[in-house]
Design a protein around this ligand. Sequence first.
Ligand SMILES: Nc1nc2c(ncn2[C@@H]2O[C@H](COP(=O)(O)OP(=O)(O)O)[C@@H](O)[C@H]2O)c(=O)[nH]1
Ligand SMILES: [Mg+2]
Length: 437
Amino acid sequence: MSDTIFALASGEGLCAISVIRVSGPHADPALRSLCAGQPVPKPRLVALRTIANPTSGAILDRCLVIRFLAPASFTGENGFELHIHGGRAVIVGVLEALGQCADLRLAEPGEFTRRAFLNGKLDLTEAEGLADLIEANTVAQRDQALALAGGLLRTRADAWRRDILSLQAEVEADIDFSDEGDVPSDVAAALVTRIEPLCADMEAVLADGRRGEILRRGFTVVLAGAPNAGKSSLMNALVRRDVAIVSSVPGTTRDPIEISLDLDGLPVTLVDTAGLREAGDDIEKEGIKRARARADAADLVLWLSGPDEVYDGLGLLNGSVLPILSKCDLLPADSAPEQKHRISAHTGEGIEALLGMITDYARAALRPEEPAIMSRQRHRQGISNALEALHRIKQGLPIEVGAEDLRIAARSLGAIIGLVSPEDVLGEIFGRFCIGK
Ligand SMILES: Nc1nc2c(ncn2[C@@H]2O[C@H](COP(=O)(O)OP(=O)(O)O)[C@@H](O)[C@H]2O)c(=O)[nH]1
Ligand SMILES: [Mg+2]
């Protein structure tokens, strides 16, 4: 029998109502001792109850209670929720009282969702979708999390897996009964043709430019250029508040500074870096090294150079680079326009337009109108492993080897949805949840 767990499910800090959830076989006795002398609420109906400490009898709150009976609950176990007043003393009092109830203990991070998974209430991808939903900061992240939590990847992976399992059954029957003539003997020959559409389907899903993963972490825009090019000033102008150090001393910004923005529902992370140039002291060298690493990993680099700039490090960078002419207020009004986007952090010229351009780049990379099927490396790995096994079959190995590869492919897809999930994989996934989820 599993432990009965409890936790504060709502956030810390001043709030009107806080939610405490309890799940496990001893939930009902605990509820009875908290609401001593009052009727036990009917399952799934909200009831108003006075909660008291079972040991001291001290009244803790008058609050709403919802009781759940297994299996009709989030975790699939017996449980209840208390919607108490949000004061610190109320929360602490109720948590203490629960701790005094027999066989109850504080939940570990993600333990409620882990139980829901173990009780078959949701699969691993749906659990990950819930974790993403809790962390979603922008509309596009929320939409993707809802799609994952709603079974978008599970449905797809499961359909592939079923197709592969039925092929596997045919192939194994063909191996077992090949002398008896009661199964089609051309199964082996047909196998390669039949896995072809599966391979094509998986390849199409894998060729997504990792947009689901980028959407989860945010589209990263790195501001790069020589020291004094105006990167930190531009960062401040873009976020409209003083977040980065603006200074006329070259090499001031030594550590990358990150700001997360919501641009039209898209998560965008701006990174201000140390200027890229030759040398300086050791600390600056390290800053430049980090700046280079960030620029190489960026989804988009804004390469800044001022009107008087001679150093052009554009060639140093890989990937998408948007060249920017900074400090354009220093140019005479009649100067010939360069083939660069002109901005001035001082006058604000070109800043709105630049935000629009960044948003367009992010939208093109993330394509938020259509939810991504994969949003984690784990998902990509599972599909790639399955695909690799199917590709081996196409090399025309003996049918017994083909049967084993089908088994590997099915198992890799099963791992995505959590049909085969080693303890360390589960620990890794659920350990990242917050306590109370
Ligand atoms: N005239 C003018 N000066 C600027 C502009 N942006 C930055 N500066 C100046 O250029 C110097 C370096 O700016 P900073 O943002 O620290 O550059 P960074 O080293 O690239 O981060 C500072 O003296 C800023 O005041 C601008 O748009 N116009
Ligand atoms: Mg700077």
